[in-house]
Design a binder for this molecule. Structure first.
Ligand SMILES: Nc1ncnc2c1ncn2[C@@H]1O[C@H](COP(=O)(O)OP(=O)(O)OP(=O)(O)O)[C@@H](O)[C@H]1O
Ligand SMILES: Nc1ncnc2c1ncn2[C@@H]1O[C@H](COP(=O)(O)OP(=O)(O)OP(=O)(O)O)[C@@H](O)[C@H]1O
Ligand SMILES: [Mg+2]
Ligand SMILES: [Mg+2]
Lengths: 256, 256
């Protein structure tokens, strides 16, 4: 396993997975860590967030997962930010799951290949697609921790239940235990429903809760200027919130 | 084909697909139409929106897609709203795509099975998962139209490009032509970025644009009371907006 592999995961769509990886990666670099961000979504949202063109890469995370002759070193690319590399994704990932199902040790492909470059990075972040496919399982198996972005909305409850079942399955079937952190996103405490929902989350997840990410238009703007908010909007709420999360995830007391 | 089959589709997550199917279905019932809503997402967000328990059904859309002996009539269930039925989903859909890939005529399974009950409904709505899998293709092939909910955000541009490629592929490979409508969601014109984005969308899609759905907390609350907003919050912005969309989609001039 990587020293510190963190999957940012939730099969519910649009909760802020990519926004979290993009901005947390920047925040971890500001904490002096060497970071690799892995884009595992066919939409390649993380890749385009850095202003990169998914179709410009001969090999991407699709090849890393489905081609035995592709190593991690073959697909690592620069992001333009010192100390932060990326493994880009492309649209072919949309049908990778079918190819993966036929492969032996299909859940451990990422973990095995990333071990070879593990010493080059302090943290590896995985941006997962909005599903619980073999690709997402690969990220979880290669990780020591999982961060679950959650909106304060009705559909989040069932999403977390389904996700918890997957974590329990990994522990039972593969003896793979993750430290799981909940990350409330798009938080606006002026909205009554949000406040009530947050109180429920805190009662439910107790010391498994990271501090909330507040709603901030600058987080939606950052990919338009191709830089995480910690660089493009350093004084913004969003930047401060992700810097705090970076410190929370690095704090020794947090290591499960 | 069904007289009027509408796929609500966008591989970008969290843009308002389920919210659109849930509330548009209610609005179409108020227009006097008999409606079937088909849940094709493993998250079963649409199923739980009506207060239904996905695990309480012996057979769901998963079986309709993967089991030759399951007919549409076998999986149709009541929603509690007169004139509105549902085909529920369940978590097993998460691995249905792999089973589908092995089947002959895999893209036409839904279309063929739904033809048998087509005369019972005026409109069939499909709530698609956040990907462009064989399941989503099945919905598109069974449809005459596609509604694409879009947020006014950076990631929407690439999402629509990728989606348009899929529509073009269907037309070229299967001679299947869809009337495609863009539906701006979560619109708040007080936000400058939203206004600018909307102007860009209108210039780009011209007469393919439906009227916007404004941001409305009641739309997020409606699934908590298990009834579309047109019934649970009839005076709300969200309810009015979805009633207008229902009329726009039914208007003869719209029929592509
Ligand atoms: N804290 C926040 N404040 C404001 N906007 C946010 C925040 N977090 C995310 N967003 C916006 O919400 C939308 C969804 O976020 P994002 O695309 O990161 O979610 P995701 O979970 O990666 O989606 P998908 O399931 O499609 O991969 C984006 O337009 C993003 O800019
Ligand atoms: N017009 C709106 N105003 C306010 N909230 C909205 C609106 N439309 C959708 N929402 C909220 O945004 C969130 C995402 O919507 P929804 O779950 O319908 O999207 P989706 O595209 O179906 O997501 P997925 O990709 O996970 O299937 C939900 O919490 C929903 O309540
Ligand atoms: Mg994403
Ligand atoms: Mg949905």
């Amino acid at each position: 396993r990587v020293r510190k592999g963190i999957s940012v995961v939730n099969q519910k769509g649009g909760v802020g997975k990519t926004t979290t990886v993009f901005n947390l990666a920047g925040a971890l670099v500001l904490e002096g860590r060497r970071v690799l961000a892995v884009d595992l979504d066919a939409q390649a949202s993380l890749t385009v967030s850095f202003g990169l063109d998914p179709s410009s890469y001969a090999r991407t995370s699709h090849d890393l997962l489905t081609d035995d002759n592709t190593s991690a070193a073959d697909v690592i690319a620069a992001t333009g930010v010192d100390g932060l590399d990326i493994i880009p994704a492309d649209i072919r990932l949309a049908s990778a799951d079918v190819l993966l199902r036929e492969m032996i040790m299909r859940e451990r492909i990422l973990s095995t290949k990333l071990e070879k470059i593990a010493d080059r990075y302090d943290v590896i972040l995985f941006d997962c697609p909005p599903n619980l496919s073999t690709i997402t399982i690969n990220a979880l198996v290669a990780s020591t921790e999982a961060v679950v972005p959650m909106e304060t909305q009705f559909y989040s409850i069932k999403a977390v239940d389904d996700l918890t079942r997957t974590f329990n399955l990994l522990a039972a079937r593969m003896n793979h235990h993750l430290a799981v952190w909940m990350l409330p996103t798009k938080i606006d405490l002026r909205i009554k429903l949000t406040k009530e929902f947050l109180i429920g989350m805190e009662a439910n997840f107790k010391d498994r809760m990271l501090t909330s990410i507040r709603t901030d238009a600058n987080l939606a703007k950052a990919p338009m200027v191709k830089e995480p908010a910690v660089f493009s909007f350093p004084a913004s709420r969003g930047s401060r919130d992700y810097r705090r999360i970076a410190r929370e995830l690095l704090a020794p007391v947090r290591a499960a």
